[in-house]
Write a protein that binds this ligand. Structure first.
Ligand code: ZN
Length: 277
């Protein structure tokens, strides 16, 4: 009895979510709510609590077999199946305005702008679509300057979600990346694509530690040059989403362990990709 009493006190102190969790523990033990009449969470916490304690005396185990642990786990949580789009956008790192995001989801056939909620099952697909099209940028001066060169820029919900700095100066990341490259024997790095400012910035950040070849993704390039780049580089990055014509990118055949396709925009993603697998 002593432990139950303490547990009950705990229930009063805890948040609604943990209340439910603890309640479900008792419910499972006592089998009070498993015969289909009442689902945990439907009634007030007080009611549920009473049932949980009463249950042990009133339910006959021979007529009410214990639920399988799997079932007992599923019943109490009943996670929501959808979420407001506003909340999902914020979770994924996008501050308002959200209209461009709505438009992207509409075009992808995932949701209409007049719908306030979206199924959580679509979360990953939403994330992918938005990451392909938009760059989240925080208010830091460096990031804002870099953003001028980019398309699809939207304000990041938090600086940690900024695609350009990830909430910390990109210099620190660049140092770490250069160190890792050298540890892996990667000294010569070729980057195909990216804006002129981008390339200048890469040079500033990595030019001292690594030998860089930065190829303009919009310039004329032929297969011989591309093959020479592949032969020269220890690692070759192809900046997928921006400032790269298809004509140029298709010259570079994939070479596992050497070529890396960077699908997301922003210097930080480029640097992270450079670290290799
Ligand atoms: Zn930033």
């Amino acid at each position: 009895m002593r432990s139950k009493k303490f547990a009950e006190q705990d229930l009063r102190r805890t948040s609604p979510i943990s209340k439910l969790t603890i309640m479900s523990h008792f419910t499972h033990k006592s089998q009070a709510c498993v015969n289909g009449k009442r689902r945990p969470g439907e009634n007030s916490p007080a009611h549920g609590r009473m049932d949980a304690f009463r249950g042990k005396r009133t339910v006959n185990p021979s007529t009410h077999p214990a639920p399988s642990p799997l079932l007992a786990k599923k019943t109490p949580s009943s996670p929501p199946l959808d979420v407001t789009k506003e909340r999902l956008f914020r979770e994924l790192g996008y501050a308002a305005p959200h209209e461009p995001l709505e438009e992207a989801l509409r075009e992808a056939g995932l949701s209409r702008p007049d719908k306030g909620r979206i199924a959580l099952a679509k979360r990953e697909r939403v994330r992918e679509i938005l990451e392909e099209r938009f760059v989240r940028v925080c208010a830091r001066g460096d990031c804002q300057r870099e953003a001028v060169e980019l398309e699809g820029v939207l304000p990041a919900a938090t600086s940690a979600q900024c695609d350009l700095c990830g909430g910390s100066p990109v210099e620190r990341l660049a140092e770490r990346v250069a160190r890792r490259c050298l540890e892996q024997g990667v000294h010569r790095v070729c980057v195909v694509g990216g804006s002129p400012i981008y390339r200048a910035r890469l040079n500033e950040l990595l030019g001292k530690q690594l030998t860089l070849r930065l190829v303009d993704g919009k310039a004329n390039r032929d297969l011989t040059q591309a093959e020479a780049d592949l032969a020269w580089a220890d690692r070759l990055l192809i900046s997928g989403p921006s400032m790269l014509s298809h004509k140029v990118s298709q010259l570079y055949r994939p070479m596992p362990g050497k070529t890396v396709l960077v699908k997301r925009r922003g210097l930080r993603h480029m640097l992270e990709a450079l670290q290799g697998p």
